[in-house]
Design a protein around this ligand. Structure first.
Ligand code: NFS
Ligand code: SF4
Length: 662
């Protein structure tokens, strides 16, 4: 309390300041917001409060694709005006949307291509610091796309797999290899619509072309190429990233991990890795275990070296190595405010430029490592896969140097939560089916008999325009209470881990049917599946559910729904579009770049479903989002004729609220 008073006196001059408890439900982050204000340090929370989102941009009612503009249309009267070239509101919104899909898809597919480059160089013997850790997965992936594996050397299978998967990017005609994993009827729909991806490079290039001034000026046709490009991410680039990472670094299986800022240790050299690509952190794991470096840390007066992850890098690290996780996207600046972070190494994606200033204030070494991502004011130490330790050893050395010169008080929020994460689709298969009959049959059976009402994917970022973590947590609680099994990726998963919902004990918060299943299997009602590229694991799980039978012929038939309630990135938009194109009802929160009541809006939010895909939804209130997702799941149950099975456990939302209030 007293601290808060001090803060209010020392505000960043005259700027609007919001109570930290209205900014986040993460107590550690709130504590650090207070400290930052006391220290005169600005974060994205402050900037968001003082920068009103541009209302025209928020509606996607402006175009700057050529120098006859930029043109602004009026969202209140969307058809009252057109751009100088004559572009309508639908064309303008669809093109803006297309550019987001192209950028988001490019991010994931470039990441996947990086993994594939690494895989090739490992196979060629040019890179010796990484190997194939999981030959079993290699064989399974190869088989899934028709590569002969019987009586063949692993190396030969791997070479064939490489050549096949390269087509995901470079192929100019035909269908990407993982299209073979798509349920037949879903694939048929895509073929009919002309949206089966050829190769990611081609699709992204064509989408950029078509959204140029004076090219594609029909929102329906633009949307088709959005779908095709997004599918080249979901069933292409992202899926390659996930599968190759599993082959090189191991397939995750559930492990209990510590989450939250309390994982930092005052008496140790603290190093955070934040970003997305596994090659960097696989190498730093080795560096922090290097005896000479541990000795150097001790010589500097530290008890040891404490490696911690954040955002998606952290998600990949903790399931493969049990390394603790300090927090999600909206905590990356806040964690530096502890003063305890000696170095933060970053690679690509979701790295706020604001980190430079915060790091500077606390003497933290902020180190960029990827040639794609330099940040003005940060130290760049380039990471080379041919000699990965040169970079990661240097990060450790820099961190030790900073530890030695720590010269300000450190304040680490004493909060640590434990969660169980690492539910790959292979593990879900094994967990539910057991060793001898690993299959999705038990999951399907439990959905059919109504114990599990349906499956929801809750994923994506945090965003300073929403109360951090709050929408994720309330939404997921509501879903599991209604017997909806939740699968998660990305920053959302960390929100739920901090709220304690990723433990088997959280089953008591689930509805009676889901609770029974969780208790029988010993699993949490909320399954953390990995980083954002691992949304591909959710696609595969959907495909398996269809193939297992009893729940329809296509992904669009499944009683499932998806949501990114606090999203911020273009990657999230691309993910949303590939789920929609795959057949999943997908609800986004925060804001949606579209004018309601327009033809493009109707197309995304209604017509796509009639074409055999899923559709978009939008709401910001977690209870409303839950209602929409559950209503959709129930609609699908009804269409499958399995709605009767659930009546015995049905409690309506009003009852649930009453129970809550009591
Ligand atoms: Ni996904 Fe990972 Fe987090 Fe959002 Fe960013 S870290 S790739 S984009 S913010 S979930
Ligand atoms: Fe304006 Fe058309 Fe140029 Fe866009 S493309 S800026 S709508 S003139």
């Amino acid at each position: 309390m007293e601290e808060e008073k001090v803060v209010s006196k020392k505000v960043i001059a005259k700027k609007k300041e919001i109570d930290p408890n209205d900014l986040t439900i993460c107590d550690a982050t709130a504590q650090m917001i207070i400290k930052a204000r006391k220290d005169g340090v600005e974060t994205a929370f402050d900037r968001a409060a003082n920068m009103k989102a541009c209302p025209i941009g928020a509606d996607s009612a402006c175009c700057k694709h050529c120098a006859m503009g930029p043109c602004r249309l009026n969202a209140k009267d969307p058809y009252g005006k057109v751009g100088v070239c004559g572009a309508t509101i639908d064309t303008i919104m669809a093109r803006n949307f297309a550019r987001m899909v192209a950028a988001g898809g490019a991010a994931h597919t470039d990441h996947g291509m990086g993994m594939l480059d690494l895989f090739r160089e490992v196979l060629n013997g040019n890179i010796k610091d990484y190997t194939i850790k999981n030959p079993q997965k290699l064989i399974e992936v190869a088989q899934s796309i028709g590569i002969e594996t019987e009586d063949r050397e692993i190396k030969d299978i791997a070479m064939d797999l490489y050549k096949e998967l390269e087509r995901t990017y470079t192929q100019v005609d035909g269908e990407i290899p993982f299209a073979q994993r798509v349920p037949e009827k879903t694939l048929e729909t895509w073929r009919k619509l002309g949206i089966v991806p050829r190769g990611a490079m081609r699709e992204i290039m064509e989408l950029m072309h078509r959204s140029h001034m004076g090219v594609d000026q029909h929102y329906e046709n633009i949307t088709k190429q959005c779908s095709r490009t997004a599918l080249a991410d979901g069933w292409g680039g992202s899926m390659v990233a996930t599968e190759i990472s599993d082959i090189l670094f191991g397939t995750p299986s559930p492990v209990a991990v510590e989450v939250n800022m309390g994982v930092l240790k005052e008496d140790q050299v603290n190093i955070i890795i934040h970003g997305h690509e596994p090659n960097l952190f696989e190498s730093i794991v080795e560096s922090v275990n290097e005896p000479t470096l541990i000795q150097a840390a001790k010589d500097a007066g530290a008890k040891g070296i404490n490696l911690v992850g954040m955002c998606c890098s952290g998600l990949e690290m903790f399931v493969r190595h049990g390394i603790p996780h300090a927090g999600n996207f909206m905590s990356t600046e806040a964690v530096l405010v502890t003063g305890a972070v000696d170095a933060m190494g970053v690679d690509v994606q979701c790295i706020k430029q604001g980190l430079v200033k915060v790091a500077d204030c606390y003497g933290t070494k902020l180190i960029t490592t990827n040639p794609r991502c330099h940040i003005e004011g940060a130290t760049h130490i380039e990471f080379h896969e041919h000699d990965p330790k040169a970079c990661t050893d240097e990060i450790v050395i820099q961190a030790i140097g900073r530890f030695k010169n720590r010269n300000m008080p450190i304040e680490i929020p004493k909060i640590v939560n434990t969660g169980v994460h690492g539910f790959s689709h292979e593990y879900i298969n094994y967990m539910l089916g057991g060793t001898f009959r690993a299959s999705y049959t038990p999951l399907n059976d439990n959905i059919i008999n109504g114990r599990i009402r349906g499956v929801a994917g809750v994923v994506g970022c945090t965003n300073p325009r929403m109360k951090q973590d709050w929408v994720h947590v309330e939404l997921v609680k509501e879903l599991i209470k209604n017997d909806v099994l939740v699968v998660q990726t990305g920053c959302s998963q960390i929100a739920l881990a901090k709220a304690g919902l990723t433990t088997p004990e959280a089953a008591h918060l689930a509805g009676p049917g889901l609770k029974e299943v969780c208790e029988t299997v010993g699993m949490p009602p909320v399954l953390g599946c990995g980083a954002c590229v691992d949304n591909s694991r959710i696609l595969i799980a959907c495909a398996e559910m269809v193939k297992t039978g009893g729940l329809g012929d296509s992904i669009a038939d499944l009683p499932v729904a998806g949501c990114a309630p606090e999203y911020m990135s273009e990657k999230a938009i691309c993910i949303g579009q590939y789920f929609v194109a795959s057949g999943v009802y997908t609800v986004f929160g925060v804001t949606f770049p579209i004018v309601e009541g327009t033809k493009f809006h109707k197309h995304l939010f209604e017509e796509l479903e009639q074409l055999g895909c899923g559709k978009w939804g939008f709401a910001t209130d977690p209870y409303e989002i839950a209602r929409m997702m559950i209503a959709h799941i129930d609609k699908k149950r009804k269409a499958l004729g399995i709605d009767k099975a659930r009546e015995r456990t049905l409690v309506d939302m009003a009852d649930r609220r009453a129970m809550d209030a009591a």
